[in-house]
Design a protein around this ligand. Structure first.
Ligand SMILES: [Zn+2]
Length: 212
């Protein structure tokens, strides 16, 4: 029990540290965003001086700084040498990576899961790094199709594997909140590269791993 508890605190602390350590965008840009959010509040008919809203432009600017921190990170920084030699040649699948991104058309979130697979070709990457790579591209303004491709391309570049497969399933708040589509519809996108694209057997092995 105690161990489980402290392990969870460890995760929380790690999450807080990651939030603290994100690359900042600087005082001038934060001030610019604050001014924009103030104008937005005025434009929708609100009073930015009322008690509940006084600090809102500042908080919203900080939130946007966090939600777009992928622009200020490079793939090399994130991978940070966590690539290891390996003889493995079977599919490596990292399933159910939590994904939070922002739709570039409406500035509203889309939320879901990413599944990332690759076939090692002499090198493997630390599992947590796969999730970090997903985040680097998710924490930008995105459309789901491009996000899926960018993650796949990044792994191709980093590992030169035999193939990469990325599947993303996500719910888009811009559709759900505005009642544009069925409220619970999930959008699925995939990007298959290398042997996942060329070899039907590899592809079907991937699909059965994904569905198991
Ligand atoms: Zn949208």
């Amino acid at each position: 029990m105690r161990d489980g508890h402290s392990a969870r605190e460890g995760e929380l602390e790690a999450a807080e540290r990651r939030i603290r350590d994100i690359p900042r965008c600087g005082a001038v840009k934060i001030a610019g965003m604050e001014e924009s959010f103030r104008e937005l509040l005025l434009a929708v008919g609100e009073d930015p001086e009322r008690e509940g809203l006084v600090r809102t432009p500042h908080r919203a600017a900080r939130a946007f700084e966090f939600l777009t921190n992928g622009y200020r990170q490079s793939l090399d920084q994130v991978v940070n040498g966590a690539i290891f030699d390996s003889e493995a040649s079977e599919i490596v699948l990292v399933k159910d990576i939590e994904l939070y991104s922002m739709c570039e058309h409406h500035l509203l979130p889309f939320i879901g899961r990413a599944h990332v697979a690759y076939i090692p070709n002499g090198k493997v990457i630390g599992l947590s790094k796969v999730a970090r790579i997903v985040d680097v591209f998710a924490r930008r303004l995105q459309i789901q199709e491009n996000l899926t491709m960018q993650i796949a391309d990044a792994l191709m570049k980093t590992l030169q594997p035999g193939g990469v497969a990325v599947v993303i399933e996500a719910k888009h708040l811009c559709m759900m909140m505005r009642g544009v589509e069925k409220q619970n519809s999930v959008m699925k996108t995939s990007c298959l590269l290398g042997s996942f694209k060329e070899d039907a057997r590899t592809r079907s092995e991937f699909l059965s791993l994904l569905n198991s």
